[in-house]
Design a protein around this ligand. Structure first.
Ligand SMILES: Cc1cc2nc3c(=O)[nH]c(=O)nc-3n(C[C@H](O)[C@H](O)[C@H](O)COP(=O)(O)OP(=O)(O)OC[C@H]3O[C@@H](n4cnc5c(N)ncnc54)[C@H](O)[C@@H]3O)c2cc1C
Length: 400
């Protein structure tokens, strides 16, 4: 019997992503099948259609379920899956029709709402550590949850929902809060079984001068290892990373807005071995806004990557309480946009450049203002340009 451990297929051909493969599997039963609805035939064999991008994940899952893949054959992208006696490994994936080929490629691969609020997945916290160094402002924690025993999978740039325990002031169960996923699809342990977040504890004073702490962020930041967490999702298609390996990815982040970019950068520079179908050869440029040096989240790893990949990763900080602009103002992300406007406008006119913005809501208006002013200097109408980029799926904003 042939043994299929990992996908050795290697191609630079983007069409490969659209291909699917038929796994012939023996030895898995419907019991304990991790929410998978595999049709098991009398003979004990089942057939599962798997998109190329999920082959490794699917193999791992089949192994976990004690199954054996006895054959893999390529199938055409137009081969119907649902209702044809075959099961799809992405049967909880949206698939709205009609779609263009480009859309289909993207839609087919994006998992959404595998777990909903009425039936959340209960994961375990396996890691919770502080990201703000001594002397920095506030509390931001890196959290990792174990997803074993479930079917929660996701892509870089998506978010998950967390339902905090307890009730609100009206006696109703708390509503979920969304958090951007900070890990790649493989998870921090590289076993496709975890998801990580980067969470700031919300703390403020109300009008009466009372110290208030956010419900969900405080719950998360205070989680003990081993504690249960109700998770929903994943959701979100706004912040997905394009498949092109030679794309230019401009990332504008403030604070915890780094989360999806951590996932992007880890995928690009730290997990090449896990992603034979994605070997980044483009340029990633992160402009990261924080108040103090001590607030630079994931500082060591970011700087290590910038050092190791100087031709592919550019790291620019905007440290508002420490750095000054040329005219003596505070250095914010938008100040860096102004400073590098020539280069940025040169880049964003190229069809393979994507701009992403993530962080607190307040970051969007000043950045928009700066782009508008800089575009105007170059005789460009920013609103038109941004709309065009959005149409081309090259302008991505997630602020909260
Ligand atoms: C798509 C998306 C992704 C997100 N990703 C992240 C992430 O990666 N990391 C992260 O930390 N957060 C993220 N958030 C924010 C997160 O969902 C929560 O909103 C945040 O953690 C606060 O929730 P909470 O339950 O702690 O606060 P709550 O108890 O819900 O309190 C929030 C409320 O407090 C009030 N409030 C807040 N600040 C003040 C103030 N200064 N003065 C007066 N009133 C105030 C407002 O009414 C606000 O609605 C994301 C949000 C979205 C929509």
């Amino acid at each position: 019997m042939r043994k299929f451990n990992t996908v050795k297929t290697f191609s630079n051909n983007p069409a490969l992503d659209e291909r699917r493969f038929l796994f012939e599997v023996v030895g898995i039963s419907n019991q304990g099948s991790n929410n998978l609805d595999y049709p098991i035939r009398q003979s004990g064999r089942s057939f599962i259609a798997v998109p190329y991008s999920r082959m490794n994940q699917e193999m791992n899952r089949i192994n976990r379920l004690g199954g054996k893949i006895i054959n893999i054959t390529p199938i055409g992208i137009n081969t119907p899956i649902q209702g044809q006696g075959l099961s799809s490994s992405s049967n909880q994936t949206t698939n709205t029709k009609p779609m263009t080929q480009a859309q289909e490629k993207k839609e087919v691969k994006v998992p959404v709402n595998i777990y909903r609020p009425k039936n959340p997945f209960v994961g375990k916290c396996i890691e919770n550590y502080e990201l703000v160094a001594e002397g920095g402002s506030g509390t931001v924690r890196h959290l990792t949850f174990d997803l074993s025993g479930g079917d929660l999978h996701y892509l870089e740039g998506q978010s998950i929902g967390i339902i905090p325990p307890g009730e609100d002031e009206r006696g109703k169960p708390h509503k979920l809060r969304l958090y951007s996923i900070a890990s790649t699809r493989h998870g921090d342990k590289l076993d496709d079984k975890t998801v990580s977040l980067c969470v700031r504890k919300l703390e403020y004073e109300n009008e009466k001068g009372e110290a208030i702490e956010g419900v969900c962020s405080s719950f998360l930041c205070g989680l003990e290892e081993g504690a249960d967490v109700s998770i929903t999702g994943p959701v979100g298609k706004e912040m997905l990373l394009p498949d092109e390996e030679d794309a230019t990815i401009v990332m504008l982040a403030t604070g915890t807005g780094i989360a999806p970019f951590r996932a992007f950068l880890w995928r690009m520079f730290k997990e090449q071995e896990q992603n034979p179908d994605y070997q980044f050869k483009g340029l990633a440029w992160l402009v990261f806004g924080i108040p103090y040096t001590e607030n630079i989240l994931y500082k060591e790893e970011l700087e290590k990557m910038a050092k190791e990949y100087p031709d592919h990763f550019r790291l620019t900080y905007a440290i508002s309480r420490e750095q000054k602009t040329a005219d003596g103002g505070k250095m914010y992300v938008q100040s860096r946009v102004s400073e590098y406007a020539d280069e940025l406008f040169e880049l964003i006119q190229k069809p393979k450049t994507h701009v992403y913005m993530c962080g607190l809501k307040g970051m969007e208006p000043p950045i928009t203002e700066t782009f508008t002013a800089e575009a105007e200097k170059r005789g460009i109408n920013w609103d038109d340009m941004r709309k065009q980029m959005k149409k081309e799926d090259r302008w991505h904003v997630e602020v909260y």
